[in-house]
Design a protein around this ligand. Structure first.
Ligand code: 9YT
Length: 142
């Protein structure tokens, strides 16, 4: 069994800030934990707009605080986000997150993130190879 608190993640190596300052992600579970998914508590900061395209990962996101919107760039649809709304990227959809207030998001990734990934120039996380444990792709992700 694994038990972790947010307090112990903050300021640890599981506490990751986006290079552009738009979000902070506390990574409760990573690939090394062996569950087959990763599990994060992410805050998207108020007033920010973030383009994301996870080409290598599926993600489910549950908003548990704050408000903003999600634009699905595949369809052009805009969805309001607030406490109690979940979205799942089951088709590697390109999207934009706009936070009106700080949005607290609980995120699950499949395959799991390995650790310190931040978005690369194309708004994606590189896929970390099992054997080499090496980051590939533009920007290197770290
Ligand atoms: C909701 C979302 O995808 N935010 C970007 C950060 C990501 N969730 C992460 O690394 O935890």
């Amino acid at each position: 069994m694994i038990v972790r608190s947010l307090e112990e993640l903050i300021s640890s190596e599981r506490d990751i800030r986006a290079e552009n300052g738009n979000w902070v992600s506390r990574r409760f579970l990573l690939k090394s934990d062996g569950l087959g998914f990763s599990f994060h508590d992410t805050t998207i900061h108020a007033g920010t707009e973030t383009y994301i395209h996870y080409k290598n990962h599926l993600e489910a996101v549950y908003c548990v605080g704050g408000s903003g919107e999600l634009e699905d760039l595949e369809t052009g649809r805009i969805h309001k986000l607030r406490d109690g709304v979940m979205y799942a990227l089951d088709g590697n959809e390109r999207h934009i997150l706009r936070a009106k207030e700080d949005m607290r998001m609980i995120c699950v990734f499949n395959p799991p993130l390995s650790g310190r990934e931040t978005h690369d120039a194309e708004g994606a996380y590189p896929l970390v190879e099992d054997s080499a444990q090496r980051q590939t792709g533009p920007g290197g992700g770290e």
